[in-house]
Ligand binder design. Structure first.
Ligand SMILES: C[S@@+](CC[C@H](N)C(=O)[O-])C[C@H]1O[C@@H](n2cnc3c(N)ncnc32)[C@H](O)[C@@H]1O
Length: 314
């Protein structure tokens, strides 16, 4: 119910406050009858707000969000509802894969920060390469209203992503919101014609490459270095072209801004950013600069990798 603070005008929030504590109390006392009565009362009051003589108060509140966009609490509520219905019951289907296809998710708070840092806005195209169950594409389109595209190789994850997307559309309608257009593709990011076309228009691309094998990481790096438009931003968990399997030397990775066609900044991910770990970590924001186009292959060759890694890179 804390969503009411964002979704209702301030004078109404205080009117709902006593009902909110009554609802909690009846829940903790397991008083089903009272809980039902209070719930009906809340529903009736919300319906009355929608048909108020001055117009739909809920819609008016949303319009007042204006350029600030959807409040984080409302965003979180809607995405949580979708996740619980569409992903939660099927999580077991996602386990078992290894290496590049191992499943893990970035959580809502870190995606929220990443989208702000990458300047994702409603006129952008956002792409998620290896979109899993589609949480990042859904959040991007809801948080900013941007167009989003996600590609996923594993059919189990892709099917869940489709249901999540359908659920988001339904929930947005209930809340009176309109997310940006969302497209999902089942396929391999290295061989998708649609992806290659869209990459040219993309403003922000997410590649959660944390466990990608070096071959996949480098192939993605090549696709992006040749296809991106000037100023496009790429968010990764390992610097582009690297993966945990290849990060034998962290200091090398931290030196590489001089050598590739991207300006790179390194950002902290606080604990709670990843579904697979409770600790903190990093993400990398690359900004593509056209003047350095074509340098990525050179960069990959020039890295002084430990000898046991060399063969994989050349
Ligand atoms: C760690 S998950 C990331 C999910 C989501 N992007 C996120 O960050 O929350 C990586 C996903 O990439 C997918 N993947 C790996 N290789 C791929 C490929 N060649 N083409 C498309 N998807 C791939 C995996 O199946 C997996 O679902």
């Amino acid at each position: 119910m804390s969503t009411t603070e964002d979704y209702l005008p301030p004078d109404q929030t205080s009117l709902f406050e006593p009902l909110r504590s009554d609802l909690r109390e009846s829940y903790s006392r397991r008083d089903g009858l009272r809980f039902g009565r209070i719930f009906s009362e809340i529903s009736a009051r919300l319906s009355a707000l929608k048909t108020a003589p001055t117009g739909n108060v809920l819609l008016q509140t949303m319009r007042a969000w204006g350029s600030q966009g959807i409040p984080k609490m409302v965003l979180s509520r809607i995405l949580d509802e979708c996740y619980q219905r569409c992903v939660g019951p099927h999580v077991a289907q996602l386990t078992g894969a290894t290496e590049s296809e191992a499943y893990g998710e970035l959580t809502l708070p870190i995606l929220y920060e990443m989208f702000i840092a990458a300047r994702l806005t409603s006129d952008c195209l956002f792409m998620d390469l290896g979109c899993g169950v589609g949480t990042a594409t859904a959040q991007a389109s809801l948080q900013t209203g941007c167009r989003s595209y996600g590609i996923e190789k594993r059919s189990a994850a892709f099917e869940i992503a489709k249901t999540l997307q359908a659920e988001l559309k339904i929930r947005c309608k209930m809340w009176g919101l309109k997310p940006g257009d969302m497209t999902l593709e089942l396929g391999d990011m290295l061989f998708s014609t649609q992806l290659k076309q869209l990459v040219r228009q993309a403003d922000v691309i997410l590649v959660n490459n944390y466990v990608f094998l070096p071959e996949l990481s480098q192939a993605v790096c090549r696709i992006l270095s040749t296809g991106l438009k000037d100023g496009a931003r790429v968010i990764t968990l390992s610097p582009l072209g690297f993966s945990v399997h290849s990060q034998a030397s962290r200091s090398q990775v931290d030196r590489f801004p001089e050598n590739i066609p991207f300006c790179i900044t390194k950002h902290i991910c606080p604990p709670g950013s990843f579904s697979w770990s409770a600790t903190d970590g990093w993400y990398y924001l690359h900004e593509f600069t056209d003047s350095h186009r074509g340098e990525s292959d050179d960069f990959l060759r020039r890295q002084r990798l430990p000898s046991h890694m060399m063969a994989r890179y050349l």
